[in-house]
Design a protein around this ligand. Structure first.
Ligand code: PRT
Ligand code: ZN
Length: 225
């Protein structure tokens, strides 16, 4: 088992949140010895270990108390929270800070040629997404009876492939939608990266370390404004 005195922080190993999350940790003075293939990276100047994993795993690692903190997109966090709550698993966490990176929106998009008036146009239709819980919550709120079809990749090609009538996917510039003949219609969730913490007791030394880190994060974010 790991050394329970060391603060464990989960970060995405390689993806859109990795660079900014590591840069932030560096900026608050945490020296890290990251070796590309390794799951764990130890800090050389603080009692901190990084766990480098797929972003999909981060909410669960925090909610199961395997790590103390994690950097994660709110889209992924909210989806996993809904999924775990539906399965009766622990789904608690605390947001320490909302970061200034990882911004995107989860949107419903339809083929250019679809005659789309509003969300009710999707009544009885299939919508491909990697976020079925967020999408189904939205359908329920809107009183629309449509079906979320889970795809973990290539969501944007689903309508052309005849797998779904529309999609619900993350958008930042909109270039991917345009390249695939899709138009963005309804934004169902706006997301940024957040730093989250597990709930429950923490040994005093770890809690003190955490309490030293958060004001440094505020300082770095304020300096960027
Ligand atoms: O391997 P791992 O599972 O860790 O990574 P991943 O492929 O699941 O995630 P990754 O690295 O792509 O994204 C991590 C997080 O970054 C997401 O959960 C969001 O919180 C955030 N983020 C911000 C984005 C985007 N912007 C984004 N544009 N995640 C994905 N995209 C994709 C989107 O899915 C679509 O394919 O980019 C494409 C659209 O971009 P535009 O610019 O063409 O609109
Ligand atoms: Zn992922």
């Amino acid at each position: 088992m790991s050394d329970s005195r060391r603060l464990r922080i989960a970060v995405q190993k390689s993806g859109r949140l990795s660079k900014d999350s590591i840069e932030l940790l560096n900026a608050i003075g945490i020296k890290l010895n990251i070796r590309d293939r390794l799951l764990i990276a130890h800090s050389t100047n603080e009692d901190i270990d990084l766990l480098r994993v797929r972003d999909d795993d981060i909410p669960g690692l925090v909610m199961d108390g395997v790590v103390d903190m994690g950097f994660i997109g709110e889209n992924e966090l909210e989806e996993k929270m809904l999924e775990r709550a539906a399965a009766g698993k622990p789904a608690d966490y605390e947001v320490l800070r909302r970061m200034d990176y990882g911004g995107c929106r989860l949107s419903i998009a339809v083929p250019n040629e679809m005659d789309y008036a509003n969300i009710e146009t999707l009544q009885g239709k299939k919508v491909a997404t990697t976020y079925p819980f967020l999408l189904e919550r939205y359908f329920k709120e809107q009183n629309v009876n449509a079906q979320a079809v889970m795809l973990t990749g290539s969501v944007e090609v689903a309508p052309r492939a005849g797998v779904a009538d529309a999609i619900c996917d993350l958008v930042s510039t909109g270039a991917t939608l345009e390249a695939n003949g899709l138009v963005e219609k309804d934004v169902i969730f706006r997301s940024k990266a957040v730093l989250i913490k597990r709930t429950g007791e923490m040994p005093a030394a770890k809690r003190e370390l955490l309490e030293r880190l958060v004001p440094r994060i505020d300082g770095v974010m304020q300096a960027k404004e």
